[in-house]
Design a protein around this ligand. Structure first.
Ligand SMILES: Nc1ncnc2c1ncn2[C@@H]1O[C@H](COP(=O)(O)OP(=O)(O)OP(=O)(O)O)[C@@H](O)[C@H]1O
Length: 482
């Protein structure tokens, strides 16, 4: 679909940025074969810190912390990608389908609910009662539902979230310069400028995105708008990335932190209900990229190294990956990782992040769904809390360390932008090697992928320049979403 019109001037002082819609969809209509194995998640739901080491059979790097019985944290070492990043061959439709309705609009603001009526199963039941062969009916029905669902989720989605004015900004009597039309996906930045004779005038910058969320929107609603529609797709060989972009203190961490918890809740529900007994396994890993180097946030910031195998798959050697069965464990792992994450102090945010933190939820399954065979990656959901975008401009700071951090952050944010632009324009060459960040994300941008960018903005007049930069960065992504 073509761009509707961009940078349209209004009264010589308004820049208008229009949205374009994403219709570059991929077919993800493959269903996974059922198996008779039951992992008994229910019985494990109440244990604290239930996680298993993920140690592929060929990998002998298990640490002394390996699983020692019920209820113990038991990390194993893993080459995240070296043995298992190859996608499973296409599999047949399962013999039973207990689907939920994943309608994006109706689900806004809430999570999947186990108590919801099983609409799809109900429809199937009534049709098969009329004498149609149940298995073939289920196959075609679930495949078409699946395809429709995949097609309804844009390949690239850009969402803007405005946070409320904080206490400091209110004390300084800073104005809220962002207006958002009710029930619209448009926002306006009101920038105060000076004429040559030093009289003030207002310049309006209008932007339109896939969704614009104002300061009253809850984290649940953010989830419903961004990640929730993607969750079912990762059972269908999709690799998805959700990242937050914005200046320090704009709300990236506030926005990103709840998302993996909510996503894993839904993933586990799908595993327990829709994909019951089909052998899916959920794994969590959490690492950061700081100064161009990788550190494992679930293993005392152990330095990791990245390699590429013969099939150009990226391997993060030594990254610990935990098999998880319940949300509480994931929550504890995330808290542990966050506590380990590199933070520094800036004027805008005491806990400013100078690293990119990457949390991955990986769904695996062995070819026949049994636990005796090595599980391979089916789909992956990566959550990236990017370093503050303005840190990229920290190149004039007195501190050499800060300058170097700024240069590295700048490089990776530019590389990220370039990669998405190149992917979109179908260029043969994707500049993944531009930064560690894009190298790590390589497999999440190719093939059957989904990308959600959440641009976080501060409403205060003092942040106007950064806010405009963030929105322009996001607007370039909009260029890609066609
Ligand atoms: N939508 C929001 N509603 C209420 N408070 C918010 C919101 N967004 C952010 N905040 C608050 O603003 C402060 C800064 O947010 P946060 O740490 O998420 O910023 P950040 O963009 O991650 O910064 P940095 O890049 O420095 O890590 C926090 O105290 C957070 O609780």
């Amino acid at each position: 679909m073509s761009l509707v019109g961009r940078q349209m001037s209004r009264s010589h002082s308004t820049a208008h940025h229009h949205r374009q819609y994403s219709d570059n969809f991929l077919d993800a209509s493959k269903w996974l074969q059922s198996s008779s194995q039951d992992f008994g998640y229910g019985s494990k739901m109440n244990r604290s810190m239930q996680s298993n080491p993920s140690t592929p059979p060929v990998c002998s790097r298990s640490s002394s912390l390996r699983h020692a019985g019920d209820g113990q944290v038991s990390p194993g070492l893993l080459d995240l990608h070296s043995f298992d990043t190859e996608l499973l061959p296409e599999m047949q439709v399962g013999s039973r389908y207990e689907g939920y309705s994943f309608d994006q609009r109706s689900s806004r603001g809430r999570s999947f609910d186990d108590s919801e009526p099983n609409l799809l199963a109900g429809k199937v039941g009534s049709r098969s009662a009329k004498g149609l062969p149940e298995n073939s009916l289920l196959k075609s029905f679930s495949a078409s539902v699946d395809k429709e669902r995949a097609n309804n989720v844009a390949k690239i989605k850009v969402v803007v979230r405005k946070r409320p004015l904080n206490r400091k900004e209110k004390t300084k009597k800073e104005d809220d310069i962002i207006t958002i039309e009710p029930n619209s996906d448009a926002l306006t930045v009101h920038e105060t400028k000076l004429k040559v004779d030093l009289t003030e005038y207002m310049e309006k910058h209008e932007f339109v995105f896939d969704a614009v969320l104002d300061e009253g929107v809850s984290n649940d609603e953010v989830y419903a708008e961004t990640v929730q529609p993607i969750v079912p797709l990762i059972f269908q060989r999709t690799k998805a990335t959700c990242f937050a972009y914005g200046q320090t203190g704009s709300g990236k961490t506030y926005t990103m932190q709840p998302l993996p918890i909510k996503a894993s809740q839904d993933i586990l529900r799908l595993m327990i209900h829709t994909y019951r007994n089909q052998g899916f396994q959920l794994f969590v890993s959490f690492f950061e990229i700081y100064g161009g180097k990788l550190f494992d946030l679930l293993n005392d910031r152990k330095k990791l190294c990245m390699r590429e195998d013969g099939k150009q798959q990226v391997c993060i050697v030594g990254l610990q990956e935990y098999r998880v069965f319940d949300v509480e464990t994931i929550r504890e792992l995330i808290e542990r990782g966050n506590a380990t994450r590199s933070t520094g102090t800036t004027g805008a945010n005491e806990e400013s992040s100078r690293s990119h933190a990457i949390l991955q939820l990986v769904i695996k399954r062995s070819a026949d769904g049994s636990e005796s065979k090595p599980a391979r990656v089916v789909g992956k959901l990566s959550f990236i809390d990017l370093a503050g975008s303005e840190r990229g401009a920290d190149t004039t700071d007195n501190d050499k360390q800060t300058r170097m951090e700024g240069a590295e952050i700048n490089k990776s944010l530019l590389a990220l932008k370039e990669c998405i632009r190149a992917l979109d324009s179908d260029q043969g060459h994707i500049p993944f090697r531009g930064s560690k960040l894009t190298e790590v994300l390589r497999d999440s941008f190719v093939g059957n992928s989904r990308t959600v960018m959440i641009s976080c903005i501060s409403p205060s007049s003092g942040s106007c320049e950064h806010t405009l930069n963030t929105l322009r960065y996001a607007d370039r992504y909009e260029d890609c979403a066609k």
